[in-house]
Design a protein around this ligand. Structure first.
Ligand SMILES: NC(=O)c1ccc[n+]([C@@H]2O[C@H](COP(=O)([O-])OP(=O)(O)OC[C@H]3O[C@@H](n4cnc5c(N)ncnc54)[C@H](OP(=O)(O)O)[C@@H]3O)[C@@H](O)[C@H]2O)c1
Length: 263
């Protein structure tokens, strides 16, 4: 299948490692002109080298903290300048901190809101003028979590604010359709990245068991019997954010090995 991405300009947020980097790599493999943006310049440089080695073309790199409106504006504008426009954007960020309802005061809730929901609002707002100019229409992919379908224990900030991302996706599918912009959410279950290892370590400490025990127990709950790889996740995300996708919009696609049972 031709993904229609050759020469397209694609911006991937929070792409120095994990899911964002895997998505950027898949886009680069498909011949897109990729911009990767996050906070840690050393990590970004390592990602740039890795993507260039595999895909044969070097992504454009910009430093950006998704909690800063100014950083987002500067980063998206730099990408548009560098690549002469923008055809697709992937919104993504680091995961919000763990905790239940009583773990967060007003400041904690406010920073979860800024990181997980407002970053998506701002990235999309900043990208829209260029996406509206894109020759084949624009594509927006929001990286969220399986919490859009089923709340996760001890991750209340993710549960609450990703529901907002899901509602934003559905609302914008209608608002942006006249501009030929398709928007979807891609929702990871348990994908093997640093974030997952970090969550598993915390769970192991909480239960007083080994990380391997937590990982075994968690794999046993997944119908496919294992956590997913970033590449598996990225292939689904890149399809939604490609020009092979011409009729899927407003959806939340779980990439979770079957763990969520909700219809
Ligand atoms: N992996 C999973 O199984 C899973 C499941 C459900 C949901 N998710 C969600 O998917 C998203 C990506 O997760 P991941 O597994 O790829 O995590 P990860 O391996 O920890 O990578 C996080 C990425 O986000 C960047 N980042 C963090 N804070 C940022 C900020 N304030 N501004 C800009 N970039 C920032 C990091 O780069 P810098 O340090 O360079 O900024 C890094 O590139 C998270 O929201 C996570 O909660 C993941």
């Amino acid at each position: 299948m031709d993904m229609g991405l050759r020469g397209k300009s694609v911006f991937v947020a929070a792409a120095s490692k994990g899911l964002g980097k895997a998505i950027a790599l898949e886009y680069a493999r498909e011949g897109a002109k990729v911009t990767i943006a996050s906070r840690d310049e050393r990590q970004l440089e390592a990602a740039r080298g890795e993507i260039a080695a595999v895909a044969g073309s070097s992504p454009f790199v910009v430093r950006m903290d998704v909690r800063s409106a100014d950083d987002i504006r500067a980063a998206v504008r730099a990408a548009v300048r560098e690549h002469g426009g923008l055809d697709a954007i992937v919104t993504n960020a680091g995961g919000p901190p763990q905790g239940g309802f009583e773990a967060f005061d007003d400041d904690g809730w406010q920073s979860g809101f800024e990181l997980t929901l407002m970053s998506v609002v701002r990235l999309i707002r900043e990208a829209l003028p260029a996406l509206r100019e894109a020759a084949d229409g624009g594509r927006i992919v929001n990286v969220a979590s399986m919490s859009v379908k089923e709340p996760i224990r001890n991750l209340i900030l993710s549960n609450v604010f990703r529901a907002g991302v899901n509602a934003l996706t559905k609302s914008l599918a209608t608002e942006l359709a006249p501009d030929r912009i398709l928007i979807n959410t891609v929702a990871p279950g348990r994908i093997g990245t640093d974030r997952l290892i970090d969550l598993d370590r915390k769970r192991a400490a909480e239960l007083g068991v080994s990380v391997e025990d937590v990982q075994r127990e968690s794999a046993a709950q997944i119908p496919l019997g294992r956590v997913g790889t970033p590449e598996e996740f990225a292939r689904a995300a890149v399809f939604l954010g490609s020009f092979a996708n011409t009729y899927v919009t407003g959806q939340a696609l779980l990439v979770d090995g079957g763990i969520v049972k909700a219809l």
